[in-house]
Design a protein around this ligand. Structure first.
Ligand code: ATP
Ligand code: MG
Length: 564
């Protein structure tokens, strides 16, 4: 699958929309929304929802609103609001002038609640949280009516106004919808629609309110107020749909959006529950929400993922109502495909071993040319200085080679990529017997061609020791050692017990080729034979370079998984 070709996806939601348009429903209009709660950073699962909602709006000449579902002020804050906006834009979508907050509707929602009271469809209840739970019944046992269910309209109006005015303490009273305490669907057993919350400062409304509407009441009415046509949400809301419809119908809204559910994305070897991501951050298992190991959009960006790769990923996994547990390899393939096409090639020696080329003039420097991309001449060339001192990777030399070792051995030859063939003449060791340097000789007739009469199989990368730039390289790997850390409930274990202790390996001795001195923060490269890397987003010129490994060249976990 080519990454440049963005085909219009098909899925059951788009089929419903096609049918609706053909039937003239909503006058042929398509309006969606992406409704995050600003209580954390967006993750890869949200990307699925963003690509779905904004993608549908784009393809149907419709609109997609960004709406913050901000009814839980004690868990929300403005940092999350700003981070979410940045992530949506970065993914390539724009809400234009349609940025909304559910809190924009607090007054309208209050009026809607008053409408329900006036229609005898809502009442103020004095039961506490525990009593409400006890009265609610269970899946097999019907609930019981609250003793306050039959309060008169006037009394309810008065109490609700006094709840708003701050006369009651937290938990002393709630407003509930009057639906059916015996409904087989527990969501319809007189759900709470307003609760009292004193002493919280809301990031949008400050201290204007001490009562806050519940999600189920707010969400559907916000959709209706905005004229949303198709309200796409994840499957856990399926049982809430009757309530969604009940509120819209009973309040008597002008627009009647339709809720359609699809399955949540679950990605192997990570977690996408916001509660768990929050605890990874708060307990210090990672360095914040944008740690490159996090499945957050900010983390993936820091890791070197591109918006294009994430969009491709969302297209590939599709949208259905079936379980959506996706292998990490699917995500990694998307970024590999993108970077294979677009990342310039460079040489970087991660674990350097000094090589002295004894027959190369000590003061000579040659400027060799190397293509930035083997298949794309239009990406041009860069200059590789070659001198008598170079670094190769420690792994590319073996004194006692294992079977089939094609790289450098004592007395053997190897080709330096984009340069000459060298032969290892002498191995220099320190007092512990560790190899610290190799003395080699080069064959000056082998630049760009094979030596006469000899076959040299191995090709290794290198960097001129006199010209290379010291760099720190961070090798990131999966955050968890188990495919489903979220779902495992082994005796007494927490999901954090499955954190991968090797999820970050920091190399401080690496050397990269000098052309990288002009790299920009976030720029991606293929370090030949090593993988795809990007210059850290925090890089500023003049400071030490830090490269983050985005992904390995091949799926190294596939083998490990086969063995297990
Ligand atoms: P919370 O428990 O905080 O509500 P949430 O994951 O539902 O967590 P929201 O901010 O409410 O987070 O989600 C915004 C939108 O993204 C919702 O429409 C939600 O259905 C969707 N979404 C969230 N997680 C996923 C996921 N894993 N796959 C697909 N869509 C998701
Ligand atoms: Mg939610």
């Amino acid at each position: 699958m080519s990454v440049d070709k963005t085909e219009k996806p098909t899925n059951f939601i788009r089929q419903i929309i096609d049918t609706d348009i053909a039937a003239g429903k909503h006058a042929g209009r398509v309006a969606t929304r992406f409704p995050p709660e600003p209580n954390g950073y967006l993750h890869i699962g949200h990307a699925k929802s963003i690509v779905l909602n904004f993608g549908i709006a784009q393809d149907y000449q419709g609109t997609c609103n960004l709406r913050f579902d901000d009814t839980n002020p004690h868990k929300e804050n403005i940092e999350f609001v700003e981070a979410i906006k940045q992530d949506v834009l970065w993914l390539g979508y724009d809400w234009d002038d349609r940025l909304f907050f559910a809190s924009d509707y607090f007054e309208k929602l209050y009026e809607a609640a008053v409408t329900l009271i006036k229609k005898s469809q809502a009442y103020v209840c004095d039961l506490n949280a525990e009593e409400i739970r006890a009265y609610r019944g269970t899946l097999t046992k019907p609930g019981q009516n609250s003793p306050h269910r039959d309060r008169r309209v006037e009394e309810n109006l008065d109490l609700f106004a006094r709840m708003r005015a701050g006369e009651f303490a937290d938990g002393e009273k709630v407003l509930r919808a009057k639906i059916d305490m015996t409904s087989p669907n527990i969501n319809l057993r007189d759900p709470t629609i307003y609760r009292i919350r004193h002493g919280v400062v809301h990031h949008q409304t400050g201290e204007a309110w001490c009562i806050y509407p519940m999600y189920d009441f707010t969400h559907c009415l916000s959709d209706a107020f905005e004229g949303i046509t198709h309200s796409l949400c994840t499957l856990e809301f399926e049982d809430h749909r009757p309530l969604y419809d009940w509120f819209i119908q009973t309040v008597g809204c002008e627009h009647t959006p339709q809720q359609i559910e699809f399955s949540r994305l679950t990605l192997e070897y990570t977690v996408t529950s916001k509660r768990k991501l929050t605890s990874l951050v708060e307990e210090g298992h990672v360095e914040g929400w944008s740690d490159p190991r996090m499945p957050t959009i900010a983390g993936l960006r820091h890791r070197g993922y591109t918006p294009n790769a994430l969009r491709q990923f969302c297209y590939r996994i599709g949208v259905t109502r079936a379980d959506n547990i996706v292998e990490m390899a699917v995500l990694e393939d998307c970024i590999r495909d993108d970077l294979n096409e677009n990342a310039a090639r460079r040489m970087a020696v991660l674990h350097p071993l000094k090589v002295i080329i004894s027959n190369y003039p000590e003061t000579q420097v040659e400027e060799l040319q190397a293509a930035n991309h083997p298949q794309k001449p239009e990406m041009g060339n860069r200059v590789l200085p070659f001198s008598n001192e170079i670094y190769i990777d420690q792994a590319d030399f073996a004194e006692i080679p294992p079977k089939k070792f094609k790289r450098l051995v004592p007395g053997g030859e190897v080709r330096l990529r984009n340069a000459y063939v060298i032969r290892c003449d002498e191995v220099v060791k320190d007092a512990h017997g560790d190899v610290i340097e190799l003395h080699c000789s080069y064959d000056k007739d082998t630049l760009g061609k094979n030596p006469e009469g000899r076959k040299v199989k191995g090709v290794i990368h290198w960097v001129s020791a006199k010209h290379g730039i010291a760099a720190e390289v961070r090798l990131y790997d999966r955050l968890f050692t188990q495919a489903n850390p979220d779902a495992r409930n082994d005796e007494g274990k927490a999901f954090t017990d499955y954190l991968n202790p090797d999820s970050l390996l920091t190399l401080t001795q690496s050397v990269v080729e000098p052309s990288l001195c002009n790299a920009e923060a976030g720029q991606a490269f293929q370090f030949e034979r090593e993988g795809y890397f990007c210059l850290d987003l925090g890089h500023t010129s003049g400071n030490e370079m830090i490269f983050n490994r985005t992904v390995t060249l091949r799926d190294t976990w596939a083998k490990i998984e086969k063995k297990n």
